[in-house]
Every structure is written in C-alpha cells, then in structure tokens.
Design a protein around this ligand. Sequence first.
Ligand code: NDP
Length: 286
Amino acid sequence: MPATIIDGKEISKHIRAELEQEVAKLTAEGIKPGLAVILVGNNQASRTYVTSKQKSCRAIGMHSELIELPEDVEEQVLLNEIETLNNRDDIHGILVQLPLPVHISETKVIETISPNKDVDGFHPVNIGKMMTGQDTFLPCTPFGVLQMLKYMELKVAGKHAVIVGRSNIVGKPAGQLLLNENATVTYCHSKTPDLASYTREADILVAAVGRAKMITAEYVKEGAVVIDVGMNRDEHGKLCGDVDYNDVFDKAGYITPVPGGVGPMTITMLLFNTVKSAQKLLANRK
Ligand code: NDP
C-alpha cells in the first residue's frame, strides 16, 4: 500500500495561521515579536535560508532584522553584535546562521546568545532543559519533526524510534524529544555496523544523515513512519532527502517528502520560538 504523505507545507500553514493571530495580539499589547538574524560571509545556501526565514517572519507580521558581517570579521566584533542584541527590548529571538568561517568559534557564539533569546535552541542551558524535560526553546528541526507526528496523530509512546545521525542540531535532539514522548530510542551513526538491521526494526525512522537517497526500501519496516530530514542534491542537481522516496513510498506507512516536509517545519518552529519568547516577556511584565 502506498504511504500517507506527511505534508510539512500544509501543517506549517496551520501553525503559521495560529502564530499570526498570536503576533497580532502581542503587537496590540505593545510587543511586536522580533527576530534578528546574523549572517557572516557570503555563503549562497546560508543567504537563501536567511532570506526565507525573514520572509516567513514578515508574512505573519513579525519584525525581522538582518545583520550582515564580512567573512573576515573578527570574532569579538560578532560577539559584541550579539551582546547588543541580547540587550535590545525589541528583539526576542537571535539567530546566527551556521556554518561560520573557521576562525570563529561556533561554541563561543552559541554561548554568547542569551538563553532567553536562543530561539534556535542550541545554547547548553536550553539543551540541558530539553534533556531534563523542562519548558524551553526546542531546537527547530527536531521540534518540527515532533509537531508533524502530533499533527498526524501518530502514536510515539511505546514505539521504537531509530535515528540515523547524531549531530547536535538534529540527530541527538530528535532522539531526545522522542524519548521525552516515551519512545524507545536507538541512535545510529557512521560507525554503526549493518545499519539496515537497526533501521528495519524502526516503527519511526528519522533520517538525518546528509547522504542523498541512502535509505532505500530494504532499510525500512513495512508500515513504518519515515521522517526525512536530509537536504541534498541528487545527480541532476535536484533537491532530495536522505530517503529514496520512490523506492520507500510503497513500503512505509507514512512518509515526509523533500522538499515540502521537514524543511518548512523548521522555519515554522523558529517563528513559534520567537513568538514564545515575546509571550514570556509579556507575561513577566504583567
Ligand atoms: P551532520 O553532517 O552534522 O551529521 C550527519 C550524521 O550522519 C552524523 O552523525 C554521521 O555520523 C551520520 N552519518 C554519516 N554517514 C553515515 C552513514 N553512512 N551511515 C550512518 N550514519 C551516517 O549533518 P546534520 O545533522 O547537520 O544534517 C543532516 C541532514 O539534514 C543534512 O542533509 C542537512 O542538510 C539536513 N538538515 C535539514 C534541515 C531541515 O530543515 N530540513 C535542518 C538541518 C539539517 P558520525 O556522527 O559518526 O559522523
């Protein structure tokens, strides 16, 4: 049987419509949610992501601001920019687009962003809160994955989730969030021998590898929920995921497409986190 498509664009539309109402309410209270994005250098892919994030902010009535710094900017100059944003009342979310040039410490940059404005959810304080199940900003891509499962009313508790990939921004937090929802979680990575023997046991399979179409039907259990985080180019230069969509389509129970799956959800959860930050500020004022 063909899989049911988990339509990230459609789910995003619903969430963004709700957020737009929240933004209007906050604005009426004198707090227009604001996101500042810092872009260092001229990486074309980064620029495309940043433009898309800004457009999405404005579409729901949020304030969005871009700070551009040259490729050879001194680390301290970037850290000072972040400090300035930390202290601005009209900015509720700060995002430094990754990757950064090699002379800049990603760790230092992430740790300089105030945890209260860390809408990417990368700060160690927020990661710690996520690990211990406390309310915090959740990392946008894994948060988006969770929202997709919730929207589709797919059961997570008691299911076996297998995550392929263990990066700090996708794989690890994706597993943690599913664990928080009472899944039994297995992590796989580049040193995992016989990967398919693990992935074939997955009720929920999350692919976050960065290798075009590597997850074929033989890696997938009949009826599994297959979430494709990957964003790669195929041999024709076309955007594709880590999952071989056509091959897996008839075997999976549910599947996310690329494009139109996890990608739009990531930006949506960034908007969500920024609105949440502004809401917290309002609650503290009252
Ligand atoms: P990283 O390169 O940081 O991590 C990749 C992970 O995959 C690593 O843990 C690595 O293992 C593992 N891996 C690599 N090769 C294999 C293999 N042959 N078998 C099993 N595991 C393997 O990537 P990211 O986590 O940042 O991103 C993953 C993908 O998701 C990329 O395509 C990226 O573009 C995409 N992405 C999409 C987003 C979206 O919004 N849709 C957002 C962010 C990322 P090891 O740790 O051992 O090296």
